[in-house]
Design a protein around this ligand. Sequence first.
Ligand code: AMP
Ligand code: GLY
Length: 420
Amino acid sequence: MNIALIGSGGREHALSHKLYQSNINNNIYCIPGNAGTSKFATNIDIDFLDFKLLLKVLKILKISLVIVGPEEPLVNGIVDFLEKNKIKVFGPNKYASQLEGSKAFMKSLCKKYNIPTAKFKICHNSKDVINFLKTCSLPVVVKADGLAAGKGVTICKSLNHVRKTTNEIFLGKFKTSKKAVLEEFLQGEEASYFLIVDKNNFKFFGVAQDHKKVGENEKGLNTGGMGAYSPIKIFNTKIEKKIITKIVKPTLQALKKRGEYYRGFLYVGLMIKNGEPFLIEYNVRMGDPECQVILPRLKTDLLKIINFSLKNKLNKIKIEWKKKKCMTVVLCSKGYPKKYKKNLNLNNLSKIKNEKNRFIFHAGTKIIDGEIKSSGGRILNITILGNNFKVIRKKIHDCLKIINLKNSFYRKDIGWRVIK
Ligand code: AMP
Ligand code: GLY
């Protein structure tokens, strides 16, 4: 079967690599993909947000299944559009994608169904902001309602900062929405919990911890993610039970009550405090870089699992995981998440020998005149599967030393919670 995978990051390299290993015969097209995916898939460099153009290309390539990696096409309704045009697609529809696409939608749903989350107010103007501040002490978390490419959340320690940040949102800094969601600041430990979902069922799809801050010791600006590992220490069956009963089930039932349903990967972003999970955010996709540490641990055929979800038969498949541990460290271009250099030369990649439990997932890379160059802020995900996180991290650092990329950096403390 011909499969099209939408996206170009480390997540999509990891997904396409797993699809390539499937026992179900398939040809993979990555739209647009990166230098890494081009090794076993055909990259098609078009704008996937142009749905009409995308449809034309899918028809020419005789694609029988589309798998969507990133959130933007999902929130824009790619699933509804392709289904209307009789193309099979794996991912949530436009209605369900509001769980990520609108913080106001997600928080209102939490309030209605008593889902544990930070106290909040949806603000349309400065009067709303003042009213919320009367009920909540600093710091306060200010969020843009709509998609903001990872730049929509600000933790404000002063009233002035709250005023400035909310005013920018009201004035239209983010094109997707002029609403701001203000939240109480939650203390605790973050965890990314994943499910694969169909109309009637859901199954565990891994748990990981990301490192969102750009600097070591969790300092500096928020990023898309600087590194991750799986499994994680804070997670156990007692907490999982609470996540399912207090958060996941009420959410999926709420969609059903509205005549809707969820299909796809569901990312439950949590803050865990004293053994109690609080929902920070939903994402309607796999995490990046969490996906890169979850898929190497997956034993069951990914394409088979997706096919079961498409038939609403996830209850009929056993999803199995390796006992091993996995970590990834993200190599970034200097300056990221602010302005950074592009076209860094990744020549040294050829010096790295293939090794069974090492995966170099590409993120922002491109082949230009036969050479692999950087094209994004997050460039590579050096990923290793093993038995001991300390040993794994040492091997990752050794690999990064060989790559020895000028004008790049990476966090050396990924996994600090599990490595003493
Ligand atoms: P979000 O896009 O909602 O996941 O927010 C991005 C990051 O901001 C999260 O991963 C947390 O590190 C932090 N964050 C968001 N909301 C809160 C909150 N209510 N309390 C503490 N930290 C938060
Ligand atoms: N790693 C965070 C995210 O995928 O949103």
